[in-house]
Design a protein around this ligand. Structure first.
Ligand code: SF4
Length: 450
């Protein structure tokens, strides 16, 4: 049961020393109760208080890390069921399932999906290496997957093969997706020994819960719940049952504070809808929303990646914070003081689309981004955040005239109406109106330069 602010306050030293960066112990207690700060921020808490508070203020869903170095990811740590309530914190990861007989085809395909959207790299983060009964072939496949530089999910229940695969992949900090009612002790021991997160499945929700509680009893809380496995003979569940399981587990974790279900989840869409890539993509979008932390498919083509990564990026942004870039001067294509200036809004999607088209043109441009509230061009203009005054004020306050000799300023076509007022506000500047859509920027800049 979560403690209230007053309960937490009673356990603080009540000295108001401010060492936690908060003015009073009462204010600190309130923030801890809201989950805004951890109790470890107070260096003066007694061991007894820490013990009581540690468990009571622990978030309902644990956060775990998989992968190593640059390819390391946090999973879980969610606090809400719906993104509009607050925000989702650990974006889901997409993976491709490989076998020994298709690894040579599928692994090179992965590198084709690697692009940037609104400042975020979109690529396949996970390779799920599935065991098909041949230990040597499996280990060779693991080696190939490791060479691809992705985080691995080792989908193997054979203990000898799992041990050998973990020996190969231990520096990768993989997921060993292997534990169920029948083998959890041996698999947990292996996962702990090699620093891997352990994937757990169960035939029923009850047996899954009992297995997780038993693994926790062994001291292992580095777990991921496979919500798609556990059907007849330990195979895949039906789509309906996997979805129900994903939702029930997350609700039990966040609403009922059931700590044993408070782990990230894995969904193997490749097993839920074998050989049906369209359905797998639809399932991946479903489980992106509810509540897959790792989602495995048989393939990831551009036609699958574009909607999935776009959906994920939209979902894992904080709805309370506009997606903005910092106001400033952004030289593009090696622009120097003689390059033409252009301006647009600070809405991240607009910035990255416009700057991307400018880069494609190859024309040096000094892109000026003023604070437009994180809105798109027309919305910012309608809200009074993008105006002749705001642009000219930005140019003056940031001493753009002292940094740039060129006196041509390109403005977005949709706010052509600002041209006259800008010419009045910025004497000596030539105001040029760009096309309405970013798609016309390349041709426009090339013609401007000619
Ligand atoms: S550091 Fe601890 S004792 Fe000091 S004000 Fe913060 S909560 Fe109170």
């Amino acid at each position: 049961m979560a403690l209230k602010g007053l309960d937490i306050f009673k356990l603080t030293p009540k000295t108001n020393c401010k060492d936690c960066g908060i003015p009073t112990c009462m204010a600190f207690a309130m923030k801890v109760a809201q989950g805004a700060v951890g109790i470890d921020k107070c260096p003066h808490m007694s061991p007894e208080s820490l013990k009581i508070l540690g468990e009571a203020t622990e978030p309902p869903m644990k956060s775990i890390r998989i992968g190593a170095g640059d390819a390391g990811y946090s999973l879980g740590g969610e606090t809400v069921l719906f993104r509009h309530e607050k925000t989702f914190v650990s974006k889901c990861l997409y993976g491709v399932r490989i076998h020994s007989d298709d690894a040579d085809t599928l692994i090179p395909e992965l590198s084709k999906i690697d692009y940037e959207r609104i400042g975020e790299r979109m690529f396949v983060e996970i390779i799920n290496v599935e065991y098909a009964g041949n230990k040597d072939a499996y280990l060779e496949t693991v080696k190939k997957a490791l060479a691809a530089g992705r985080t691995l999910v080792l989908d193997v229940k054979d203990p000898d093969t799992a041990r050998a695969a973990l020996e190969l992949a231990k520096d990768n900090k993989p997921v060993l997706n292997a534990a169920d009612e029948s083998n959890y002790q041996a698999m947990s021991e292996l996962a702990v020994k090699y620093g891997a997160a352990l994937g757990v499945s169960g035939k029923t929700l009850d047996s899954l819960h009992d297995t997780i509680a038993a693994i926790e009893g062994l001291g292992n809380k580095n777990l991921i719940i496979d919500v798609s496995a556990g059907g007849i003979d330990g195979g895949a569940l039906s789509i309906k049952d996997a979805f129900a399981r994903a939702v029930q587990i997350r609700r039990a974790s966040l609403k009922d504070e059931d700590r044993s279900f408070g782990y990230p989840s894995l969904v193997n869409a490749a097993k839920l809808a074998p050989k049906n890539h369209e359905l797998q993509t639809a399932l991946a979008s479903l489980f992106t929303v509810k509540y897959g932390s790792i989602i495995i498919l048989e393939s990831m083509t551009y036609s699958q990646a574009l909607p999935l990564y776009g959906l994920r990026q939209n979902l894992y942004t904080d709805p309370q914070k506009p997606m903005k870039v910092e106001p400033g001067l952004y030289p593009i294509n090696g622009a120097d003081e003689n390059a033409v200036c252009a301006t647009t809004v600070d809405f991240a999607l607009t910035y990255f689309i416009v700057s991307g088209e400018m880069e494609r043109s190859g024309v040096p441009v000094n892109l000026l981004i003023s604070d437009a509230g994180g809105y798109s061009v027309l919305t910012a203009w309608a809200a009074g955040k993008l105006s002749a005054l705001s642009i000219s004020r930005f140019i003056k306050e940031n001493n753009i005239e002292g940094k740039i000799k060129n006196r041509s300023l390109v403005i977005p076509g949709k706010v052509a109406v600002l041209k006259g007022e800008l010419e009045e506000n910025l004497p000596g500047w030539k105001i040029i109106v760009a096309p309405n859509e970013a798609v016309g920027v390349v041709k426009f800049l090339k013609e401007l330069k000619a």
